[in-house]
Write a protein that binds this ligand. Structure first.
Ligand code: TRH
Length: 377
């Protein structure tokens, strides 16, 4: 019998909550033959990365996943064999009752936030709270051995490599999105939150010795881009030129297309959680805009990742990567750190692929969840 999984996603803000759960749901269906119901409280956020979503439908099937609108007024539904509360979201009280009423109680997990901090290893798979005999467990994704790993579909790296070795496929893909970079221009994607340091980075890119074509998906950073360009309102399709820098605004694309976009770029600025992981699988150098948390605790997370990521770089390249990422995450001036990074370009490029391969040695998150369930029953 196929195991039935319920994944609960409450969209707090932005796209990471739905981005992660949608990716996980699809993978459980496609690679582990699970029956998956994905409960989402905000179908509009979902629609951005999956345009075939019908926001009016409470129940629909998408790529083998039963997508359910998670209504404010809960309608009774039987509990599944495995229940995932993504990012510590609160399950409907009636659903919790349904879990407790089952003959065999379900495996209930909190799928936590991604962090490279060491303590994650000690907490991964630990029991959390209990509700009427139903035990909840912590499940932590992560970069270290002993965590739940990262979302990575089977064959992803092979597909990525084939695409990166096929200039025609890349050109056709970009052209279909209206992107035609000049020959030899450096292609950069920019997905970030508001950032006061952006202007200094754009200044240096516009006066650099090499041309840059910057792709900016519509979103939160656009205000800073507009201010730097001195224009009122940018929309998808707009292209502006300043010195050797071309700035192109692009529409938010489907998740699979966003992967390909990252694969095409020489450098990717990403944010949050899911785009951050996808940029690592792209095997290209990246810059992470971490999601801000109270009391700057996100900076500990940033340092923990940087310590791991740069451990095998030469001291000078390590300092360059750390300097750039720290500047970006503290709204500091980006000019000098960017120039430093360029000086170590070849080493940092090579390292991006090595890091990707090292991370791919771990079991992926979906497999780790399935294995946990199998060992639990
Ligand atoms: O959007 P994010 O900032 O999301 C989150 C949320 O804020 C969440 O609450 C917080 O906990 C988390 O960050 C840390 O960044 P993220 O995680 O990268 O999610 C973006 C998703 O959008 C990801 O799945 C990739 C997808 N995407 C597309 O599908 N198409 C696009 O064009 C772009 C730019 C992104």
């Amino acid at each position: 019998m196929k195991a039935r999984w319920d994944i609960f996603c409450s969209v707090v803000d932005n796209y990471g909550d739905i981005g992660v759960t949608w990716r996980l749901a699809r993978q459980l269906v496609a690679e582990h033959r699970c029956d998956v119901r994905l409960w989402v409280d905000d179908l509009r956020a979902f629609e951005r990365m999956c345009p075939q979503i019908d926001v009016q439908q409470d129940l629909q099937w998408q790529e083998g996943v039963e997508v359910r609108h998670w209504p404010a007024e809960w309608v009774k539904a039987p509990a599944a064999d495995v229940v995932i509360a993504a990012f510590a979201c609160q399950l409907p009280p009636d659903y919790m009752e349904a879990m407790a009423e089952r003959e065999r109680v379900p495996l209930w997990m909190n799928l936590d936030y991604l962090s490279a901090e060491e303590w994650v290893v000690g907490c991964h798979r630990l029991p959390s709270v209990k509700f009427k005999g139903v035990q909840k467990y912590f499940f932590f994704p992560g970069f270290r051995a002993g965590t739940g790993g990262l979302l990575r579909e089977a064959g992803l790296l092979e597909q990525r490599r084939a695409f990166q070795q096929d200039p025609d496929a890349q050109r056709d893909f970009l052209q279909a999105l209206g992107i035609v970079p000049a020959a030899h221009a450096r292609l950069i994607s920019l997905f970030a939150y508001e950032n006061a340091g952006l202007a200094s980075w754009l200044d240096v890119l516009s006066t650099d010795g090499r041309a840059t074509h910057l792709l900016v998906p519509e979103g939160r950073i656009l205000g800073d881009v507009q201010r730097w360009l001195g224009v009122d309102r940018l929309v998808a399709g707009d292209i502006q030129q300043r010195g050797v820098l071309t700035v192109q605004v692009i529409a938010f694309v489907r998740q699979e297309q966003y992967d390909r976009l990252l694969w095409c770029c020489d450098f990717n600025a990403v944010r949050g959680e899911d785009s951050f992981v996808r940029a690592q699988w792209a095997g290209r150098p990246l810059l992470w805009h971490i999601y801000r948390q109270d009391e700057d605790i996100h900076l500990d997370k940033l340092d923990a990742f940087l310590a791991m990521y740069t451990a095998n770089l030469s001291p000078a390249a390590r300092a360059a990567v750390i300097g750039l990422w720290q500047a970006w995450n503290t709204d500091a001036d980006m000019a000098q750190p960017w120039k430093m990074l360029l000086e170590h370009g070849p080493e940092v490029n090579l390292h991006a692929e090595t890091w990707c391969l090292e991370q791919a040695l771990q079991a992926d998150l979906a497999t780790a969840l399935v294995q946990f369930y199998e060992s639990w029953i």
